[in-house]
Design a protein around this ligand. Structure first.
Ligand SMILES: Nc1ncnc2c1ncn2[C@@H]1O[C@H](COP(=O)(O)OP(=O)(O)OP(=O)(O)O)[C@@H](O)[C@H]1O
Length: 261
């Protein structure tokens, strides 16, 4: 759970207003977009702005309904019930953010459906309890519609329960502002890094699974701010994280050299 100051977030379009309306109207929200484009930061910003606690769950292929709802545990020779993050969020009227929801096991759908349509209920089978979500509870899920998720996808019956917002890497000017602010570098350097990222993003189709994210640009700028030579910073924070193939690394470094000689 995170509370406190409002984390910095630069809006790309109408997402802040849309999210606020969804919250007030008790509609769940789905965020789609590539890795490191600002989805998590956006949710953290919105939770703080709306004054709600935030429970974030990074979904993985072993994550089950019980991991979200809760389970009986044994302690001091007795069994006791322990709420999972989703149940806690419903009880407290918090925002629950399920990151990469398509990774989770299929049994999670059964609990997400009645919670994300107008019933807004969370049946806890193991205890026989049925929780009615208070108006302040909000379910937010995200996934990366990259090609590795095409097969897994999201069932239409799940998808059609959400207001959906599409994210992408921000427009160059905005992305430069984000990099400058997040890493504390000057505007000129930030703009040059964004140009480089966009040159690398064009190459994405070749053999890269994902392109250079805003997150990696912030990392690269941070290393430069700490005094690393531009090429060393780009290699460590922008190129090596993209691929394990040494030849591709060198090909990408050639692009880097045209921007940072
Ligand atoms: N619009 C933005 N405003 C401020 N910072 C941003 C923005 N977009 C990206 N960032 C920066 O990029 C970093 C990565 O963003 P974030 O963690 O939100 O990505 P994500 O889309 O949730 O990625 P993943 O899907 O991999 O979890 C943030 O920590 C922040 O530094």
């Amino acid at each position: 759970m995170e509370t406190g100051a409002i984390p910095h977030y630069q809006a790309q379009a109408q997402e802040v207003t849309l999210f606020e309306h969804a919250f007030r109207r008790q509609l769940p929200v789905l965020l789609k977009g590539p890795t490191g484009c600002g989805k998590t930061r956006f949710v953290e910003h919105m939770a703080a702005k709306l004054g709600r606690p935030l429970y974030t769950v990074a979904c993985h292929d072993d994550l089950s309904a019980a991991d979200l709802v809760g389970r009986h545990l044994i302690g001091d020779g007795e069994t006791y019930w322990n709420d999972g993050p989703l149940t806690r969020a419903v009880r407290e009227g918090a925002i629950c953010y399920l990151d990469e929801v398509v990774e989770a096991r299929k049994d999670t759908t059964v609990i997400l459906h009645p919670l994300s349509d107008n019933r807004r209920i969370l049946p806890i089978e193991r205890t026989g309890e049925t929780l009615h979500a208070p108006p302040e509870f909000m379910l937010v899920v995200s996934y990366n519609p990259g090609y590795q998720n095409l097969l897994k996808g999201m069932k239409p019956s799940t998808r059609q329960r959400f207001v959906a917002l599409r994210f992408d890497y921000p427009q160059p000017e905005l992305e430069a502002r984000i990099v400058a602010q997040e890493a504390g570098v000057d505007d000129k350097l930030a703009a040059q890094l964004v140009k480089l990222a966009n040159a690398l993003r064009v190459l994405k189709e070749h053999d890269l699974e994902e392109s250079a994210s805003t997150r990696l640009l912030v990392y690269t700028a941070t290393l430069m701010q700490d005094g690393f030579e531009p090429q060393a910073a780009c290699r460590a924070a922008l190129v090596e994280p993209l691929t394990d193939d040494p030849e591709t690394v060198e090909a990408l470094m050639e692009v880097v050299q045209t921007f940072f000689a």
